[in-house]
Design a protein around this ligand. Sequence first.
Ligand SMILES: [Zn+2]
Length: 229
Amino acid sequence: MLCAGAGVAAPMRSPTAHAQSRPHTAAADTRGILCPECRSPLPIRAREPGEVAAHWECLTCHSQVAGVLLKDEATHAAESIQLSHLHFDTKGVPRLSNSLRQLVQEFVACRPKCADVEDRRTLPRAPMLLELSVVPVDENWSPCAKPILGMMINVGASGLGMVTGTRLDAEHAAVQFQSPSGIVQLLGQVIWSRDFGPGFHHSGVHFLLRFGRGAIADPKAISAGAPLN
Ligand SMILES: [Zn+2]
């Protein structure tokens, strides 16, 4: 996977001294660390030598904390954290071209007339035109490359479809976009990705987590037409 070697800056600071001094065992790792500021339990652990840590934001006190996500705990504790905005900094990232925007608009406009896979989904998706940022993540679900910009073209309870100007070459990715009620951050599996016109790429993402909210258990949490608050 391309992500494996791509580096993100070393942690801005280490997790708590408590976490560092704790003997390293598998059992200890499953508990996660405490936020150094507000002491809230977080579903992240200290990084191992050679691992890439992600920068997280404690959603209780908005402190920045470096560490590696505990995948198992994150499925029921993702409401306490979100990825730091540092990972979605698009400075220097190629902007969306007008030709991509036009192509996507035409594609979405055509969609309701086209009988295709969208109609056969158990959980239907609604057409949606929304700009988003996508960060490839590694096997630890830590961001491992610069974000890429794209446009969401549909969204439903279980996933979304999007078009990007850069190939998304990762098995998992974090997606961030602006909803009417705030920033939404999701982590999902990239189910498929293929070329979509000259220089454009069409991908499907199956949701696994919603940071700031938790596991994707309630279809109404992210449903077509419902406010993504
Ligand atoms: Zn905190």
